[in-house]
Design a protein around this ligand. Sequence first.
Ligand code: GLN
Length: 198
Amino acid sequence: TVTIGVLAVQGDVREHVAALTDLGVAAVTVRRPHEVDAVDALVIPGGESTVMDKLVRAFELQEPLRKRIANGMPVYGSCAGMIMLADRIADARPDQETLGGIDMTVRRNAFGRQVDSFETDLDYVGLAGTVHAVFIRAPWVEAVGDGVEVLARVSHGAAAGRIVAVRQGNLMATSFHPEVGDDRRIHAEFVRIVEQCR
Ligand code: GLN
């Protein structure tokens, strides 16, 4: 059986641990450098990417995490976690860094000030039916490189066509929060990547 870590410096850690546990996966929190080596894969939760980045560096997690990502560890990032996996941020704070790994540019808080949060149904590559997606001050993916597979786009409204889920190799990211509610299909997609890679 696989052990999946949830990066636990900031954000909605418990919800992801619960989602993974629902799927019968061993889920553990990761907040120290040595814990990075103890997991087969990692989830980076939603939260606030500027704070998460600062804490990742303060806890000396940036280098071990970048190393494992470079060596092919599967990682799933949701919302702020998506930002952490982006090679580029369109509107980064001057001192904001990411772990990187996915050849994409993300825009933070992209859906605009009036709509802090919204929900919509999406088509998602590989899943039957639609996924009910919850967005909370979410980023969107503004540009992707050739190696990035687009898994979902917003289907209607002002943001129609915007990319909100991607995969590159063993890295997967969504703008939305699948840990909210009880649909576990997005986490199951990630577990499938993790199991394929062992
Ligand atoms: N707006 C947040 C950021 O820039 C992300 C919000 C979230 O993770 N729910 O990090």
